[in-house]
Every structure is written in C-alpha cells, then in structure tokens.
Design a protein around this ligand. Sequence first.
Ligand code: RIB
Length: 305
Amino acid sequence: MDSMRGIAVVGSINADLLVTLERHPQPGETVLGRTMTVLPGGKGANQAVAAALLGADVMMVGAVGTDSHAVTALSALDSAGVDLQAVQRIDGGTGVAIVEVSDDGENTIVVLPGANAAVTPALVAASEAAIRTAAVVVVQGELPADATAEAVRLASGRAIINLAPVIAVDREVLLRADPLIVNEHEGALLLTQLGGAEAGDHAAVVAGLLACGFASVVMTLGAAGALLSDGGAVRAVPAPQVHAVDTTGAGDAFVGALAARLATGGSLDDAVRVAVRVGSYAVQRPGAQPSYPTQADELPAGHEV
Ligand code: RIB
C-alpha cells in the first residue's frame, strides 16, 4: 500500500459451518436441520471482503491453520483481491464457526477460534509498516485482546474498533477508536464496564460512551438501522425495509462498508448511511460474505435511505 492509503483489517478468519433449520432448539432439545454448507467467515475476513468488494484497497492480517478449512476460509478474500501476505499459517486447525440460521433469518453462532487464538502482538507487529501506513485500521473482538491492542497502537491512521464481542482492551487503547462500533448489547455492556452513567435508551448509551472519551461512536440496531455521534447530537439512520434470509455477518458488512467510505475521505454520516444500505443488502443473501455490487452507489433500489 502507498503512504496513508487503504485499509488494514487485523482480525479473525473462519470457516462457517452454516446449518439451516426451521427453528432454533431450546436448551436440552434436539431438532432436525435441513442443510449444511461450509462457507468463508470470521468477523475480520467478512469486513475485509465487504470493504474490498466496495472498491477499497485492503490488507488482511491474521492466521489460518494447516487444515482444509483454510482453503474455504481464504477463498472469498482471495477472489475479492484482498492482500493476504500478512495471513500466517499456523500448525493446527483454522477457526470454525457453527452458524445456525432459522427460517426467520435469525442466527446463533458458536466460534472455535483455532488459529485466531494464536495471533500474538508479535505476529501483528510483523506487519507494522502496512498497519502504520493504512488510512484506516479495523479491528474486532475475535482475536486475543493483546494482539488487537497492538494493532491499534501501531495505527497512525484512523482506528475503527468494532468491539464484537466485547473483550478486555486497555481503556487508553480503546479510546483511540474513531469510531467505536458496537451493537446495542455490546454498547450497554461496555458502558457499564467503563463506569459510565446508567443510560435509559440506545441514544443515551451512545451519548454515555462519548462522555467516556470516545471521539465518535456508531451503534448498529439491526433492522432499525444505526445511531451515530461524533460529539454533536446523536443522529439516527433508518434501514430500508427488507426480507432477511440470513443476518449472519450483516454487522460485518456494515463495518467493512463504513471503513471503505472513511478510507476515501467520506464523512462519518455519509459512511453510516452507506453502511446501513450495505448491511440491509447483505441480510437478503445467505452466508457472511455475499457478493455485493462493486460500488456502494450501485446498490439496487430499495437500499436508499
Ligand atoms: O459476524 C459473523 C461471523 O461471526 C461469522 O462469519 C462467524 O465466523 C463468526 O466469526
């Protein structure tokens, strides 16, 4: 990557074992599934693919194993043109996620981290030059916290921290997020952990997180769209009404699209508007790495907000 351009995604890479079923089982219950497909996934990889398909120059930093799942896990990253030079192969298994999607499009996910758990600060630091020169560095919560923190420390461009799931990253490192991206559950949990004032509704959680010292905060709300603030009032961006068939990775599509827009100098409001459209597009297709129109502006009618 040239100086201060492109996106470095430091994050998880998985193979998703996608099981479709009529409804999710209750604890202790057995239900019959319909189909099982092995697809590429992992929050980091999903975000990298989305950003690359929307035209960004993306480098992925992470690890896969030496098993056959590695081939699946890297397939869409490769086809999307993501630079995989900083993806290391570690003896053992690739990260795997058991993803169950019911007829109403809702999912449950169990992640077995595999090689992702072996990503160390040293592995991240081996890509120091690429991370330092990236206009945008994106991290999530599926790598060990010390490796995630190292990526943020090395970033000299904009750091997007998608704290999904919420992991214990040093407060000083976390506050470098611009923006912090969380869903409503992650936002409420993080606010409590940071000792913020109790908040009555989602907008108050966003305001509370800003009061903790974040430069900007984005909260995803699924079918309801997103909230954002970079210090002023909390703004709402509604989502188009669509029929969801699989919500897996919708938040990742959102993050990837937002990163792609910010990397080309878009405002946070503009980036969130595009990201909401891309997330709504993604839920209408199965799998966590669906193909998108290659430019956000080409998203079909019905994705206008
Ligand atoms: O956010 C969805 C992703 O979470 C899946 O692709 C799965 O691999 C887990 O990481």
